[in-house]
Design a protein around this ligand. Structure first.
Ligand SMILES: *Cc1c(COP(=O)(O)O)cnc(C)c1O
Length: 393
């Protein structure tokens, strides 16, 4: 079933047994799951996947759960790759694709991380999990926690999208609303973890959320018949998705399922909260805390990401880039893509459209390159934003 072998620290190369619940490395870095890829490659072939279920657990050998009984699934993953031809013509990109994560349970790609994280937490005996969230992760973990019978504690900014508050209540999570940002919510969770022994499932503080998000990379490669696109454009908050996509493609390359250079990876942030873009532009290895973070793209309102150094590595190693777009550009992009291709992109996803436009206009993207935009969720989770963009048009 799983070829998970051990956990490793990407910063100090510390090694941990994968058989127990772990948070960060002793050095403070996130831990990564390492698989026995040699044995995996010897036993499994791409053709073995063909008749598997159309959800992310079709890649179960690449995922951390050892006993299928522990898989907590609501049908996440295996999302469509849409050929957005009209948008492509508008932007001057002849091979433009949108991976539409809006079709996931709970309406965003957070379902992938939650499915992997909750499944493995259940397998390792956790009875509670706790996390701060900008909104959508809380909704997703609340849903998967309910499905697993695991109590979920969520802390989120009081001004997070209303729907995320409702989701947490709907799935009966314990919800704490915080005056402040996800970073302030994080402090409250740390307190609860220390006082009550909750399992800390904060972004990158446990190793398996990345594994769930990694399946986007596996799907992209499978969709292109085990070839890689030229460019992947990703809206980064904590950056888990892009870390996961890079990890997936590197694992596949190590197994010779794909070959050649990884796609150029582009991270997009909102100009009101762009710590990764600033660090990239400044040639830094890590980001600095972004003061007074502000954007209506709630998922991008992360002033400092624990995995910032991994995101910056992914961008630099692949000769990618980092781009900031304004809220006004995001709104224009939401209008454009809905009219051009009938697609209701969340603000974060629409940020990738705005970035593609900038990068095409500057010549960084070539007309015939194969470009994949990650639409991380559906606009239907943002009725307030939808209301404002239709009122203004
Ligand atoms: C969480 C989220 C993001 C950012 O994801 P990270 O993995 O934190 O970079 C982007 N879009 C949406 C809709 C989100 O919910």
């Amino acid at each position: 079933m799983s070829y998970l072998d051990h956990l490793t620290c990407p910063r100090c190369t510390g090694r941990y047994d994968a058989g127990g619940l772990h948070n960060l490395c002793e050095c403070g870095s996130p831990l990564l799951a390492i698989y026995d890829l040699e044995r995996l490659a010897a036993n499994i072939r791409p053709s073995d996947l063909v008749n598997r279920p159309a959800n992310m657990w079709r890649y179960r050998e690449f995922l951390p759960v050892t006993d299928a009984e522990n898989i907590v699934s609501l049908g996440e993953g295996y999302t469509p790759m849409l050929r957005t031809a009209r948008l492509g013509r508008e932007l001057g990109l002849n091979q433009l694709w949108v991976k539409d994560e809006g079709l996931n349970p709970t309406g965003t790609f957070k379902a992938r991380g939650a499915s992997a994280g909750i499944s493995r937490a259940k397998e390792l005996g956790a009875t509670t999990v706790a996390m701060p969230t900008a909104g959508n992760a809380g909704g997703a973990w609340a849903a998967y926690g309910a499905c697993a019978g695991i109590q979920v504690h969520v802390a989120m900014p009081r001004d997070a999208p209303t729907i995320n508050v409702m989701e947490c209540r709907l799935y009966d999570a314990h919800l704490m609303l915080v005056d402040g940002l996800i970073s302030d919510a994080g402090k409250l969770i740390a307190q609860g973890v220390a006082e009550h022994g909750w399992f800390d499932a904060s972004t990158l503080k446990e190793p398996y959320r990345i594994e769930g998000k990694k399946t986007m990379g596996l799907e992209i490669a499978e969709f292109f018949d085990w070839h890689m696109p030229d460019v992947v454009i990703y809206p980064a908050g904590g950056g888990v998705g892009i870390i996961g996509i890079r990890k997936a493609l590197r694992e596949l390359r190590e197994m010779d399922w794909v070959s050649g250079p990884l796609p150029r990876m582009v991270v997009v942030q909102a100009s009101g909260c762009a710590p990764l873009v600033r660090a990239f532009d400044g040639g830094l290895d890590a980001s600095e805390f972004w003061q007074s973070a502000q954007t209506m793209a709630a998922g991008l309102r992360v002033p400092k990401a624990l995995g910032d150094f991994l995101v910056l590595q992914a961008v630099r190693e692949t000769e990618g880039t980092a781009v900031a777009v304004s809220d006004a550009e995001i709104e224009d992009a939401m209008r454009l893509v809905s009219r051009m291709d009938g697609l209701a992109m969340c603000p974060e996803g629409a940020a990738t459209v705005a970035a593609a436009k900038q990068l095409r206009d500057s010549g960084w993207l070539q007309a015939d390159e194969n470009v994949v935009l990650i639409n991380t969720g559906t606009a239907l989770k943002y009725p307030e934003v939808m209301n404002s963009i239709i009122a203004e048009s």
